[in-house]
Write a protein that binds this ligand. Structure first.
Ligand code: ADP
Ligand code: MG
Ligand code: ZN
Length: 470
């Protein structure tokens, strides 16, 4: 049977994190009541003139710098002409010939995905197919919201790689404070271009495009479905038509929408209302200085400087909030390895299945518990108890440490150990004759901990047990 390669290129839209829209001063805000963040410019009244929001340009430059793009020294805005009710002007201001960013790449586990470009454009309004009203409603609040569009080269070869790419991209945009990428609000959307070709062939097949996928899950499923559909057609001697298809996530299939339009169809031309934007090297350097370390760079830093395992560093750097939590905690308790341990075993395991989970202990409080533990003021067991109580009822750490803490002093420990040794002659014998004396020794430590309810200092306890046994 003929095997096939899958070829995928993505076009990703993300709404930029600005206060106002891209060509007017209306608020860029999700969730306002319909048509309240609007003005003559963003509803496209004839004669209204756009004025470019500098911040939006800066954010696209910033995005580009996180992916090693080249920044164009001259960016031009163009009109992309088409009619749709959510686009009142009947053209979208976008960029074709001179986008802000060119090239660049994002590295995945097994390959580097090249970027073609990132440009700046305006979002369209939103159609609401209401069940209560007759017909369709339009909310123009989203019209004119700044949108960056990133286009990849067709370097992606599977659904898994596509999701890996999107995950990395999203993390960078969030991290650089460029976009919030709230997928459920449409803050990040993805068009999937996909074709298949006989395995190893150099010639690309005909592609189809599925537009506006707004979750990683639907991207994943859409690719699986569409690749299979195309392979099936080709295997049966059929042909793929170049077209735009709609992905129906509920029924898990793609449906033909329209024959694909080409850029000529849009009659792009430079917008006479907007000047070309000069972007100086100095400007770019200034923006470069504001960039924080990206998740992957942080990961390397954690492994190298903090000796975290690859796995731990990977888990921590997957999420901005977790990174911030970790960084904040080690400010107060400077032992990254121990903090990472607690973060992974005690915190993340607790919240991993919750949606919108919240870490119910502040970095400062976690640091405090760890400090008490290190100073020997509380045992490990007590530390875990206090941790749980702070998490559940925001309990007072000092108060609890006073109540539960206080190690058993050395003399009492001697008494306790002496009686354990006396009462367990067989275990003592075992220790002396066994091939695995260590195991027996551990058993004694366990007894001491049981007897003291975990309040024994383990190091001192071990020392005394050794004295008694030898
Ligand atoms: P358009 O703007 O018409 O959609 P582009 O040339 O900008 O076309 O390409 C859009 C996307 O399609 C890019 O991500 C590109 O990598 C991808 N692409 C181009 N050719 C193919 C193909 N044969 N198979 C899969 N993806 C493709
Ligand atoms: Mg396209
Ligand atoms: Zn406006």
């Amino acid at each position: 049977m003929q095997e096939y390669d899958i070829v995928i290129g993505l076009e990703v839209h993300a709404e930029l994190k600005t206060d106002s829209k891209v060509f007017c001063t209306c608020k860029n805000q999700f969730g306002s009541s319909p048509n309240t963040n609007c003005c003559p410019v963003c509803v496209g009244l004839p004669g209204a003139l756009p004025v470019l929001n500098k911040k939006a340009v800066e954010l696209v430059i910033k995005a580009g710098l996180t992916m090693d793009c080249e920044i164009n020294n001259l960016a031009v805005f163009e009109r992309k002409n088409y009619f749709y009710p959510d686009l009142a002007k009947a053209y979208q201001i976008s960029q074709l010939v001179r986008p802000i960013c060119i090239g660049g790449h994002i590295n995945l586990k097994n390959k580097s995905v090249r970027l073609n470009r990132i440009h700046l454009e305006e979002d369209a309004g939103k159609l609401i197919h209401s069940t209560q009203a007759i017909g369709t409603l339009i909310d123009y609040n989203r019209g004119g919201v700044p949108l960056m569009e990133l286009v990849t080269e067709p370097d992606i070869s599977s659904a898994d790689e596509a999701v890996e790419f999107l995950t990395k991209l999203r993390a960078r945009l969030i991290f650089a404070d460029v976009a919030e990428c709230k997928m459920e609000q449409g803050g990040m959307r993805c068009d999937v271009n996909i074709s298949v070709k006989p395995k190893g062939s150099k010639i690309f097949g005909q592609r189809t495009e599925m537009k506006n996928l707004n979750s990683f899950k639907s991207v994943y499923r859409a690719i699986k479905y569409e690749a299979n559909r195309q392979i099936e057609i080709l295997s049966n001697g059929g042909k793929i038509t170049q077209e735009t298809r709609k992905w129906d996530d509920n029924h898990e299939k793609s449906i033909s929408m329209r024959k694909k339009e080409t850029s000529q169809d849009y009659r792009y031309f430079p917008d006479p209302d907007l000047l070309a934007v000069e972007i100086s090297k100095e400007e770019v350097d200034k923006i470069k200085k504001t960039l924080p370390l990206m998740p992957e760079e942080l990961k390397q830093k954690y492994i190298k400087d903090y000796s975290l395992t690859e796995y731990d560093a990977d888990v921590i750097t997957k999420d901005k909030e977790i990174i911030n939590y970790f960084e904040e905690t080690i400010k107060f308790y400077n032992n990254p390895k121990i903090v990472a341990n607690w973060l992974l075993t005690d915190i993340l395991s607790k919240i991993k299945d919750e949606e919108n989970a919240e870490i119910k202990i502040t970095p400062k409080n976690l640091a405090k518990i760890l400090t008490l533990l290190e100073e020997g003021k509380i045992s490990r067991t007590v530390a875990k108890d206090i941790f749980a109580k702070v998490w559940e009822e925001n309990a007072d750490i000092d108060e609890l440490a006073k109540q539960l803490g206080g190690n058993v002093d050395e003399n009492s420990l001697k008494d306790i150990i002496s009686s354990i040794v006396k009462n367990n002659p067989k275990a003592v014998e075992d220790y002396k004759t066994s091939d695995t004396p260590d195991k027996v020794f551990r058993w004694f430590v366990g007894q001491v901990m049981k007897e003291t309810k975990g309040k024994a200092n383990a190091i001192i306890a071990e020392k005394i047990i050794k004295e008694f046994l030898n």
